[in-house]
Design a protein. Structure first.
Length: 309
């Protein structure tokens, strides 16, 4: 029987801070993390997407959470082919860039710099792994990354460089689900023991369908982005507009059954809510936990079955 973990994809985003979910007395991110960890036993850290992590961050997070709490890390945007601000790089990594450059991609950097950045990234995460407090390392590729050999080779390389960390990959364009790309992608992930990330998101011509194949022996991941189809379809819509969504019980009931089906196999089942507008994510996560018969333990931050369910 697998282990179910339900949480959200950011415990300290601006929308959640302003929603009133946290007591006003909690004045910083670390204090808010302690409050969050009394209600959920896992979280996805998205701040690392914007900046390389530091070891001191890791120890602060661990100090405010119970022993069983797991952190899932969203990989630094540079490593998922996003553009990142030059200021997000260490000073030594900016040498040789074009004068006045404000953004940079992985391809803009020399190979030696890319490798050094990667080494610094995984070294910062190493204490989290050694303490048994790391869930998965998420690589969420942008929608413009389409099927092709380049990504396949890159995933193989990542899997080799990142071991023993558990990797999860989310692709974001429906062309990945067309034949023969679907089979090639899933075969690759199974060979490398990388989890395919299932998604719940608006049903649009380019978005991924809510399929949930199991590709990793260690477990699986599902991420809920909300269903704000109008905002996702509108050019210029803000991130807040796209991800502000509150799931209704009838939208989550089918997923409850799918989560239980996944949990019939060994490994961990991570169910993470990314509808981070206001308190939509924490409310959705709490609702699904209740449907699954899970509640915070009285201590330790773990989950248990609710009586009678």
């Amino acid at each position: 029987m697998g282990e179910i973990r339900v949480g959200v994809c950011s415990w300290d985003d601006r929308g959640l801070r302003g929603s009133g979910w946290y007591p006003a007395s909690l004045r910083n991110a670390v204090a808010r993390l302690g409050y969050y960890a009394e209600r959920f036993d896992t979280v996805e850290v998205d701040s690392v997407f914007y900046a390389l992590p530091r070891e001191e961050w890791i120890f602060r997070w661990v100090s405010r959470t119970p022993p069983g709490f797991l952190f899932n890390i969203k990989a630094f945007g540079l490593f998922t082919w996003h553009r990142v601000p030059v200021r997000a790089l260490p000073l030594w990594a900016r040498e040789g860039l074009a004068p006045g450059a404000s953004q940079v991609t992985l391809d803009d950097l020399p190979r030696e710099t890319r490798l050094s950045l990667w080494e610094r990234f995984v070294q910062a995460l190493a204490p989290l792994h050694r303490m048994g407090r790391m869930g998965y390392l998420l690589f969420q590729f942008p929608p413009w990354v389409r099927p092709g050999g380049r990504l396949e080779a890159y995933v193989r390389r990542l899997a080799s460089l990142a071991r023993p960390l558990r990797l999860a990959v989310e692709v974001r364009h429906r062309s990945w689900w067309d034949d023969p790309h679907r089979g090639r992608l899933l075969d690759l992930l199974r060979r490398e023991n990388v989890a395919y990330v299932a998604v719940d998101e608006p049903d649009l011509p380019w978005t991924m369908p809510p399929e949930w194949p199991r590709t990793a022996s260690w477990g699986t991941v599902a991420r809920f982005h909300g269903r704000a189809a109008e905002a996702w379809s509108r050019p210029g819509a803000s991130v807040e507009e796209r991800f502000r969504y509150l799931y209704a019980p009838e939208e989550l009931r089918p997923w409850r059954d799918r989560v239980w089906a996944q949990a019939s196999q060994d490994g961990k089942v991570f169910v993470m809510f990314n509808n981070c507008g206001g308190e939509g994510a924490v409310r959705g996560a709490a609702l699904l936990k209740g449907m699954l018969g899970l509640a915070p333990a009285e201590e330790g931050g773990e989950q248990r079955r609710l009586p009678g369910l």
